[in-house]
Design a binder for this molecule. Structure first.
Ligand SMILES: Cc1cc2nc3c(=O)[nH]c(=O)nc-3n(C[C@H](O)[C@H](O)[C@H](O)COP(=O)(O)O)c2cc1C
Ligand code: SF4
Ligand code: SF4
Length: 433
């Protein structure tokens, strides 16, 4: 069994799987059961300042997008930070940390963007024995209307300022949780690093309206005939999160800054992908809300088995794919592939034909007996047929060996890589060596 022990900015946990700050972590009852199930850590549901707690809506607070089998693909929420009193949360955090000393317990915090507010709450959180803090600069709804959450996360100068206050007023490691509702994710990450943050975590939820009720003519979830945008998460956001994580991992200004990866993690594979792109830990919310805490068993067993099969440690995995993330201009234009259909697997549904014939390159032929074959003279290797084929592994993209002729272009495939930076059609091309 591979060792999954994690040390993320000095925060130790038996595995890299933490529950993200959200309903699964909003009270002692939940967190104890999560730890008993095997979760390595939790980021407690976001704490607010001392005083009357926030008030949530009393109507529906979630909306969803489903796949054809009604599997939940995306979740939208208009929930605010914790609506329980600060002292209750702090008391519960303290006893949980005392009883589960080997698990990571991180406090998520969102208070007004004023030095005094941060100075006041930090010692109280530290007193719980929490292992670290996560600054919630991400919530895109409700709290942002009050100048907190993503309203802070969208202004790099504020991020830097608050991170600096936190480093000044606490010994705990500081993780800055970023909002994806921004054009260039590298800017807030750079600001967090400038402010002295130990790490960033991302992504928080994405501004979204999941559906419009066509009888009420109002967004869902609908509260007495009206709706407001919510925060989107779940499997649908994973590609966005992976891209943002990779941008931070490879940016010269933030390279090496520890990252806790969040967004659609549902299986060990998702987690391994985040880790390969540079995440030292991962956080999970929607998958736990959909399937319960028990999914941790598949996650730890799967990751451990994968590492064993590869003969790798977690350290080997973290960041392993980062050098392979590049700009488009550096992709090898001499790498030529063609689609190949495995006739034994094909069920003759014709989806590849429809897609290629109507919207791609008319590169799939259909015979009278519904045998589908690729016409190499036309195939540009776009991959659309692979993407629409309902049978996994039925269509592959096969590389043409260097020295063979591409029947589409009539050109011999060259072994030496060449990219756009040296291509003759590029007016800004530099001469190839
Ligand atoms: C109902 C709900 C409430 C959430 N509340 C918080 C919160 O209080 N603080 C926070 O930082 N993130 C909050 N989040 C965002 C999650 O922590 C996480 O960043 C996001 O859901 C993406 O992860 P996922 O795709 O695994 O759900 C919430 C998400 C949901 C669905
Ligand atoms: S890869 Fe693209 S062009 Fe080639 S057969 Fe498939 S859909 Fe057509
Ligand atoms: S989409 Fe796949 S299964 Fe359907 S005809 Fe094409 S190759 Fe066969």
């Amino acid at each position: 069994m591979a060792d999954l022990t994690t040390n993320f900015v000095g925060i130790k946990s038996p595995n890299p799987f933490w529950l993200a700050s959200a309903p699964p972590t909003d009270k002692e009852y939940n967190v104890r059961r999560a730890f008993d199930a095997g979760w390595g850590g939790v980021v407690w549901k976001t704490l607010g300042a001392e005083g009357p707690p926030v008030v949530n809506v009393n109507g529906p607070r979630y909306g969803a997008i489903y796949g054809a089998d009604r599997r939940l693909l995306g979740l939208n929420n208009i929930e605010l930070i914790t609506d329980r009193p600060l002292e209750v949360n702090l008391r519960e955090m303290k006893v949980v940390k005392r009883d589960y000393p080997d698990r990571a317990l991180i406090a998520s915090i969102m208070v007004p963007c004023e030095e005094e507010a941060w100075r006041a709450i930090l010692p109280r959180v530290e007193d719980t024995g929490a292992d670290g803090i996560e600054l919630n600069f991400g919530c895109p709804h409700g709290m942002s209307e009050r100048g907190m959450g993503s309203a802070v996360g969208q202004v790099p100068e504020y991020i830097e300022m608050v991170a600096r206050w936190c480093k000044q007023y606490t010994r705990m490691p500081v993780i800055v949780k970023l909002t994806p509702n921004i054009t260039d994710i590298r800017k807030p990450a750079q600001a967090a690093r400038r402010g002295g943050a130990d790490a960033v975590s991302l992504i928080n939820t994405i501004n979204s309206i999941t559906n419009v009720d066509l009888d009420l003519f109002a967004p869902e979830p609908t509260i007495d005939g009206k709706g407001s945008h919510g925060g989107y998460c779940g499997p649908a956001v994973k590609p966005i999160a992976l891209s943002m994580v990779s941008e931070i991992a490879r940016d010269p200004e933030t390279r090496g800054l520890p990252i806790s990866g969040i967004g659609g993690v549902t299986t060990w594979r998702d987690a391994a992908e985040f880790m390969a792109l540079g995440a030292g830990s991962v956080q999970v919310c929607t998958a736990a809300m959909t399937y319960g805490f028990g999914i941790i068993k598949e996650m730890t067993a799967g990751l451990s088995r994968y590492l064993d099969e590869k003969g790798m440690t977690m350290d080997d995995l973290v960041g392993r794919a980062v050098p392979n993330v590049t700009d488009w201009k550096h992709l090898n234009l001499n790498y030529v592939t063609k689609a190949r259909i495995d006739q034994d697997l094909c069920i003759s549904c014709g989806r590849c034909f429809a897609a290629c014939e109507d919207t791609s390159h008319q590169a799939i032929g259909m015979s009278e007996d519904r045998t589908f074959t690729v016409i190499d003279e036309e195939c540009v290797a776009c991959n659309l047929c692979v993407d629409v084929c309902p049978v996994e592994g039925c269509i592959d993209m096969v590389e043409l060996e260097p020295g063979t002729t591409d029947p589409r272009t009539g050109k011999v495939v060259e072994a030496k890589p060449a990219d756009w930076t040296t291509h003759p059609n590029n007016p800004a091309a530099v001469a190839a060596e």
